[in-house]
Design a binder for this molecule. Structure first.
Ligand code: URA
Ligand code: CA
Length: 432
């Protein structure tokens, strides 16, 4: 088989066979196929696409390029959740203890943040002593005992995806739906999931700016999952504005704790319960979404979800007292309020800009090795559609530097106030 022929075939719009896809991934990973040929193929895929069968083959070849986590010692169906990313998305922190409290075993691999979207591990590390550096045996033991443990993502999962992603990044081929879908699904499958719940975000703050593309991505991932024998459900959720009110590591942990206790923001609670319900149904812990929602809401109300969070924090070395005393989390020295200069309705709240403001405060990584400030961030006081009066607080800047004028300039471009009220719905569609 020759790479030249495979490139030509895809260039002309034909379907690649399973053995051709196997050939490409194997030989690109071992260095036999050079970057220039792989780049040409990626561009051909960008223009000609791939059907679900090709995407499923690509996914599984990328899974096979590295280690596959073995969770067979943990009983039951292991359900994982993936979000296509967003600013202030604290759902993973909430979902872990929430679905664990309903009997699901959550063996979670998470990443650190890069750029202006935060990573779950960074957020958790704002709890004093908490760490994810645990051996695999210990990880499995903790999941069996507490129904929940989180470790860092292994470098050995889907190495082909890492190589391909770096190449896509510099050849303008990231934005291809079959490539994105295979990339995401390969990492979930390699991390040992039996079933997968996907949160595909759409809107100004998301990777997929319009709902049509978000829907095609969601459908493609559900098709891949189904073809490779992993039950997969996707919801499409709106990301016109950040979820909840907090953007920043410790601030988001505090918000997650409030949500687990039933005192969190409405949107964050709604999305967490929706995603959690699908996880319960896939794990056979509930027969219907309605039954699952009732179970989760009950566990929020009776304190069980918060108790599971405490047990989990303690088991990984953290100070579990933060659940009852969030003031134990890192606190920023300065709190500066940003006031509205006019009255009306909030018509835009741009998640990316808020993410950039948090990043400029030091909450996010500029490079892989940056040290981040866990205490800093932005608290939002108004959400889309809210009325605003001149002089109302719009944001509170939590900083460790007294001069926040450059942050205020970023915030100036993060919202719009106008004279019409907009309606914003959170969960747009479910695909299964
Ligand atoms: N996230 C991924 O993991 N892969 C992509 O290709 C795009 C987003
Ligand atoms: Ca938030």
């Amino acid at each position: 088989m020759h790479m030249y022929d495979v490139i030509e075939k895809k260039r002309d719009g034909f379907e690649l066979t399973s053995s051709e896809i196997q050939f490409i991934i194997k030989n690109y990973t071992n260095g036999t196929i050079p970057d220039y040929q792989m780049s040409a193929l990626l561009m051909a895929i960008y223009f000609k696409g791939m059907n679900p069968r090709e995407s499923a083959d690509l996914t599984m070849e990328m899974v096979r390029s590295g280690e596959i986590v073995d969770l067979s010692q943990i009983p039951g169906i292991k359900v994982d959740k993936h979000s296509t990313g967003g600013v202030g998305d604290t759902t993973t922190l909430i979902l872990g203890p929430l679905v664990a409290s309903a009997g699901v075993y959550v063996a979670k691999m998470s990443g650190r943040g890069l750029g202006h979207t935060g990573g779950t591990i960074d957020k958790l590390e704002s709890i004093k002593g908490f760490h994810v550096e645990i051996e695999n045996d210990k990880f499995v033991e903790l999941v069996k005992k507490n129904h929940l443990a989180i470790i860092g993502q292994s470098e050995k999962l889907a190495p082909a995806d890492k190589l391909l992603y770096s190449l896509r990044d510099v050849t303008a081929t990231v934005n291809s739906i079959p490539l994105i879908a295979s990339s995401i699904m390969s990492k979930k499958i390699a991390s040992g999931a039996d079933a997968i719940v996907l949160d595909v975000k759409t809107g100004a703050g998301a990777f997929m700016k319009n709902k049509r593309d978000a829907k095609i991505l969601a459908e493609t991932m559900v098709e891949i999952g189904t073809m490779v024998g992993k039950k997969t459900v996707a919801i499409i959720s709106n990301m016109e504005q950040p979820l909840g009110y907090a953007v920043g590591n410790a601030l988001e942990v505090k918000e997650a704790i409030e949500t687990l206790k039933g005192k969190g923001p409405k949107d964050l609670t709604e999305l967490s319960v929706e995603l959690g319900s699908h996880m319960l149904v896939l794990a056979n812990k509930a027969d219907s979404i309605k039954e699952a929602k009732d179970i989760l809401l009950k566990n929020i109300e009776n304190g069980r979800a918060a108790e599971y969070f405490k047990t989990f924090i303690k088991a990984q070395g953290g100070d579990e007292r933060v659940v009852d005393e969030p003031s134990l989390l890192p606190q920023a020295t300065y709190k500066t309020i940003y006031y509205a200069k006019e009255s009306g309705y909030l018509t835009r709240l741009i998640a990316d800009q808020l993410g950039k403001a948090a990043m400029a405060l030091g909450a996010g990584r500029q490079t892989k090795n940056s040290v981040i400030d866990l205490a800093v961030g932005i608290l939002v006081h108004k959400k889309l559609g809210n009325t605003v009066s001149k002089g109302d607080p719009l944001f509170t800047i939590h900083s460790n530097n007294s001069d926040v004028s450059h942050i205020e300039r970023i915030l100036d471009t993060s919202f719009e106030i106008d004279n019409y009220e907009i309606k914003d719905s959170l969960i747009l569609e479910t695909i299964n």
